[in-house]
Design a protein around this ligand. Sequence first.
Ligand code: S3P
Length: 439
Amino acid sequence: MSGSILIKKKISRYNKSITVSGDKSISIRWVLFSSIADGISEGQNLLRSEDVLAAIDAIRKLGIKVQLTKKSCTIHGKGINGYRYKNNLKINAKNSGTLARLILGLLINSTKTINIVGDKSLSKRDFKRVAVPLSNFGAKFKLKKNKNLPLSMRGSSDLKPYKYFENRGSAQCKSAVIFAGMRAPGLTTIKAKKSRNHTELLCKYLKLPITIKNKKNYDEIKVRKIEKIKPLNYKIPSDISSSAFFIVLTVLTPGSKLTIKNVNINPSRIGIIKILKKMGVKIKFENKKIYKGEKNADIKILSPKNLNGINCPSKLNSGAIDEFLVIFLVAAKAKGVSYFKNLSELNEKESPRLKWGAKILNKMGIKTIINKDSIKIYGNPNLNINKKIVIKNYLKDHRVFMTSVIAALSFGGTWNIHDKNSIQTSFPNFLNIINELKK
Ligand code: S3P
């Protein structure tokens, strides 16, 4: 049983320094890159969550040896053509869209059929968005209802490079095609709406044959077939998406101050910082460093006296795509009406998050107007909840759970939040850090 949590009291103000777990996107990418490297890669501070463990299980099934100790993860890569597995192998990606989509790109040159399954939430998500571009390289797909998991893919030994236009701002689609381009002869070109660029940065760090031109709204990426990848020792920085919950808790808890250590502040990930600054929050980056092409820093947050509503520029959407649920909580306390638009992608996540965002706010007594891709939030700077709120049946979306916990600790009321185990997906340490802040 995954259990529920009861919260009856707001958190008291605090002045603390914390460290959150490793970045999920970088952890999964490191596992996948290391699995096709020539030799042993060692990872430190790898996120130990179900999504990342599913990636480790997947490469083990492909014949790659992985050793996990308390402190490190060692992957014995067997080279770019080193996967060994039987026809019709089944990989369970559990809740992870990143794993399920990216691994398809890596398997595109294999003529053995691969089956991808996932949990209830992942099985509702759109896989046509990767099946279509990967079919253009020469892979053959079968998808449930032409769109969903389970799917099976049979790659090809006669791949054709492809010219791909990624216009959703999806880093998963872009990365799946980059991986496929690393397998296909000739030149694969991608014009991609801006999205997180960890895959590209790892390719560059590994000196793989990739070029990237950053245009105003798009990136132009060119990839060639790779012959060899060297092993990659990597110390994973902390995850800004996990940090987001504590950033918002601090913003919403008057008189509080927080430092979060060594967080990945890749410019394609810091939409939440830009949005909160526009709403009147003081946030600083300190001890900035560049590590293997990624920017990392300590984040310092001070709870502001006042919060302003925002008409959020759509260009900030992809850099904050996993953070909107908690950002909506800030809008709930801001002065005036906040407006977030062009967010249809939010309903494509682990749960339909635009709908769930509105649902949580409505339960809190906040008025919203939503349509299929936007939300207006009527903020109330004096919001104080006195009633009972139950949160359940949300497809175990980890971010719905964590957002509800932050709302309960910030606004009061009595909250019964189901499916506590959902945090295992991305942030098993979440409730321990909450307890640290309560001390
Ligand atoms: C991710 C990309 C985003 C994000 C997800 C992780 C990644 O998804 O929401 O949590 O690691 O590439 P999309 O590519 O579907 O936008």
